[in-house]
Write a protein that binds this ligand. Structure first.
Ligand SMILES: [Fe+2]
Ligand SMILES: [Fe+2]
Length: 242
């Protein structure tokens, strides 16, 4: 068995064991188990996204350094999967884990340099940066150490995944020149102005669950808007993408 993340897993196992679920109202406990289960399933799907990204990097002849970081990122997503299933299990009062993941269409799509650059710009540069910032805010607000720990780990890793996406995009724009850069710009520029409201990951309108790893939707949009203005739009402009 690999040892990556072993220390985090051991530390977290102890923390999650201390989630005091017996004292909670059953309805809240049930709701949290559903929400953390959904989060765990999304993290599990992210393992496949990075595996697909690794294949894409091989297909376009990306430098080994990027490929190595992408493989590590897949393992990060596996850690997130484990953390979120552990929390969901604790709230559910029974062990929950990943089931089969449909790979239907997983190897379809565009594996060209431009295709990979476009999907990375939207899902990696934009999506992962905004996820990292939402997760960071959830960690700040989390009332319980186990939830705070899980969200801090996730936020730190998602920020690294966003950096990897930007590194790939720089590589792709260098190789693809102005033709590719302008293709990405046409897709990315409008997304920079709509992503605050669309694709929110960590929000739940049920205010009872804020502080348990979820944000009030208005707050989620506010932190995303700030990230777009202060981080993403300047980063895109620096690459000639906005
Ligand atoms: Fe993740
Ligand atoms: Fe990620």
């Amino acid at each position: 068995m690999g040892v990556k993340h072993q220390a985090e897993r051991e530390y977290f196992r102890e923390a999650v064991g201390k989630l005091d679920v017996e004292e909670m109202a059953p309805a809240l406990r049930r709701r949290l188990s559903e929400l953390w289960l959904r989060r765990a399933q999304n993290e599990h799907a992210s393992v496949a996204s990075f595996d697909r990204f690794c294949l894409g990097l091989l297909a376009v002849g990306a430098p080994p350094d990027l490929l190595e970081r992408a493989h590590h990122a897949a393992l990060d997503e596996l850690l997130h999967t484990r953390l979120c299933f552990a929390v969901a299990s604790q709230y559910a009062g029974k062990p929950l884990g990943p089931g089969p993941l449909s790979l239907h269409g997983a190897l379809g799509g565009d594996f060209s340099l431009a295709g990979l650059a476009l999907s990375t710009a939207l899902e990696g540069c934009l999506g992962e940066t905004l996820s990292a910032i939402e997760a960071e805010r959830c960690a700040e607000l989390a009332k319980l150490p186990a939830l705070k720990t899980a969200l801090e780990i996730i936020a730190k890793d998602e920020a690294e995944h966003a950096e990897l996406a930007w590194a790939f995009l720089r590589f792709a724009c260098e190789i693809g020149g102005e033709t590719l850069t302008s293709q990405v710009r046409r897709r990315m520029a409008p997304a920079l102005h709509t992503s605050a409201e669309s694709g929110v990951k960590y929000a739940c309108a049920d205010l009872a669950v804020s502080g348990f790893g979820f944000l009030d939707p208005e707050e989620a949009i506010a932190v995303r808007r700030e990230a777009l203005a202060k981080v993403l739009i300047p980063a895109a402009k620096a690459l000639g993408l906005a």
